[in-house]
Design a protein around this ligand. Sequence first.
Ligand SMILES: *Cc1c(COP(=O)(O)O)cnc(C)c1O
Length: 225
Amino acid sequence: MRVEEKLKQISQQINEACINVHRNADEVKLIAVTKYVSTERAMEALEAGIENLGENRDEGLLEKWEVLKDKPHWHYIGTLQTRKVKNIIDKVEYIHSLDRLSLAEEINKRANHKVKCLVQVNVSGEDSKHGLSPEDTISFIESLRPFENISVEGLMTMAPFTNDEQLLRDCFRKLRELRDQVQASHLDFAPCTELSMGMSNDFTIAIEEGATMVRIGTALVGEDG
Ligand SMILES: *Cc1c(COP(=O)(O)O)cnc(C)c1O
């Protein structure tokens, strides 16, 4: 199916989820995750009107960046090895996976402007997932104060892979509560307005729980093409 058609369906689902909880659809930024697909397919997504692309490996991002350059807003959404920071730092607008001090140090050192970062939180506590525990998140964010090139724009999480709606809601709600807590601290380096949560199989629930960025791959651009 063409991205254009899939985009129509997804946009409608986003709208409906927003209506359910009295939110405006323009509060939700749609990020097309192109990690599974070709540069041509990513280009098709841009032509369909998508403005934000997400990649989870530096190779994938660089390959597409060579062709698409600054046309999309680039989001780095995957685990980021410290030694790879220099490859992507000038190309991405957001890094969604800040999860340790050594990574913050490297971003701060390599950047020549303020980088918009989201702190990744492992809300579900699964061993397989990266991110800080909710308990450690606030003190981690406070420790980012000295890094003048880092702005903490929000929090990101990956929900457990499950169809249990209540489990998903609990996970998203916990991230929102944590975000509200950071916001209430009024840290000038951490406006923390964004909530990056929701993927192909759970984005409508994430939106109902307050997501401001959804990262959709399979349902929007597919797994191949
Ligand atoms: C792959 C990936 C997504 C998109 O997953 P889909 O289920 O294909 O929508 C979102 N976020 C992250 C961090 C990913 O790695």
